[in-house]
Design a protein around this ligand. Structure first.
Ligand SMILES: Cc1cc2nc3c(=O)[nH]c(=O)nc-3n(C[C@H](O)[C@H](O)[C@H](O)COP(=O)(O)OP(=O)(O)OC[C@H]3O[C@@H](n4cnc5c(N)ncnc54)[C@H](O)[C@@H]3O)c2cc1C
Length: 400
């Protein structure tokens, strides 16, 4: 594996870096969460949405708003390594980039399976930021075993009529469009009776109900479908082939380097805090068990970076990461939990003080991070499911 950039990559890294120096206002540099409206401590960043609109337009001029997308669809058409460099440089500055379900899932799936009309209709609005998308996959009885989903779509003339319930739908309250999988043939084996739809979230019969999480914040929702008429032209790909669309592995850069850099920045913040904070007559940094924890987290953040480099080098060689993606997801999401836990140990009694108070330890951001980290090993495939994949595909063990 070659860790160093070649000449062309060095030049590209310098180009990204000087663009950020010149154009990126550092006041927007805290790690945004909760749909970009809040900084890491949960306080609203004034003017963030307006900033993001202008920032997205500026990035799009260079194709950096959707660097992995082909140029013909408004993306950057960057190589895997260039996408990696861009992600890495943005992450080190904590500079936000447009993203989400539209850029990461809906757009690429429409690109591969959509008709010319569907591509022309949806892709430009994802790139411009005009359309926010949500993902309507999970149901109360179908999460890890997603193919058991029960939401029904029945063809009726030029429409499909949809009835059922989705759950954990992140951002549905803001979404203009959703990618929906629903059962179109209940008699077929479960993976073969599912179809994939592009749904206008304003269609009559769709009800979005908030689910408030333990941070007291509204991130995901329940979504109910009652006799919702979806035009047949919004079917993506062939009827009953939706499962294969939903599981499509798109050959775009997904090394996880942005999360890996975010973790390294957190370690840096924690080390600074440990050096500066006093417990009685000594600093947190001289407390033996806290020093050990910090050392462990530092090593783990480096290991995570190496896992990312491994994935990127595979993609560069044209190989498709398989068990490697599960290793990365598992390691990174569980490191999220361990890092948040270490932050709470370092903050001591201050870890009880949540956000919105500049006097609390590290701006009071870590209690939120701690509570939020509990979701990391669940969303996007639980740790148990990742371990099953690693056991079967990585170690060749039989199905458990
Ligand atoms: C923050 C967050 C955001 C999310 N956003 C979305 C979204 O936008 N759209 C969407 O559709 N979904 C979303 N989800 C849902 C997510 O995809 C599911 O939570 C996930 O797939 C797990 O499904 P489940 O919650 O039904 O748990 P279950 O599948 O019921 O699992 C319960 C427990 O059993 C374990 N388990 C299940 N099967 C096995 C097995 N075969 N072997 C071993 N252990 C097993 C699991 O690991 C878990 O511990 C989100 C979830 C989170 C946490």
């Amino acid at each position: 594996m070659e860790f160093r950039d070649n000449e062309r990559e060095t030049a590209f890294r310098a180009e990204v870096s000087s663009f950020l120096d010149a154009e990126f206002p550092p006041e927007y540099s805290d790690r945004p969460s909760e749909w970009g409206l809040f900084n890491g401590a949960g306080r609203a960043i004034p003017g963030f949405m307006e900033f993001m609109r202008g920032w997205t337009a500026k990035l799009n001029q260079r194709g950096w708003g959707a660097p992995a997308w082909p140029k013909e669809h408004g993306g950057g058409g960057l190589s895997v390594k260039e996408q990696f460099i861009l992600s890495e440089e943005f992450a080190w500055r904590r500079a936000p980039r447009p993203g989400g379900i539209g850029h990461g899932w809906a757009g690429p799936t429409v690109m591969v399976y959509g008709t010319g009309e569907q591509k022309a209709e949806y892709l430009p609005k994802i790139i411009s930021g005009e359309h926010i998308w949500c993902q309507l996959f999970s149901e109360p009885g179908a999460g890890s075993d997603l193919a058991s989903l029960q939401t029904r779509a029945i063809r009726d003339g030029d429409d499909y009529v949809v009835n059922g319930q989705k759950i954990w739908t992140s951002g549905a309250q803001h979404a203009h469009m959703g990618i929906l999988i629903a059962r179109t043939n209940p008699d077929a084996p479960k993976h073969r009776g599912i179809s994939y739809f592009l749904v206008d979230m304003k269609t009559p019969g769709i009800t979005v109900r908030p689910l408030i999480n333990m941070l007291n914040s509204h991130e995901f929702n329940e979504v109910y479908f009652e006799d919702v008429r979806i035009p047949a032209k919004n079917l993506l790909g062939e009827e009953n082939r939706g499962w294969y669309l939903a599981t499509t592995t798109l050959d775009f850069e997904r090394s996880g380097i942005a999360t890996s850099v975010a973790h390294q920045l957190i370690v840096r913040d924690l080390v600074k805090f440990a050096k500066e904070s006093r417990v009685g007559s000594h600093t947190v940094a001289t407390t033996p068990h806290l020093r050990n924890e910090l050392a462990d987290r530092t090593i783990e953040a480096q290991v995570e970076a190496l896992i990312c480099y491994r994935i990127i080098s595979m993609q560069e060689r044209g190989e498709i990461p398989n068990k490697e993606s599960s290793i990365a997801k598992l390691f990174s999401s569980e490191l999220d939990v361990r890092l948040a836990s270490t932050a709470m140990h370092l903050a001591g009694l201050y870890s009880q003080v949540t956000d919105r108070d500049d006097t609390s330890a590290m701006g009071g951001r870590f209690p939120r991070f701690y509570m939020h980290s509990t979701t990391s090993p669940i969303g996007g495939g639980t740790s148990e499911i990742q371990r099953n994949i690693i056991a079967m595909r990585g170690l060749g063990l039989p199905r458990g």
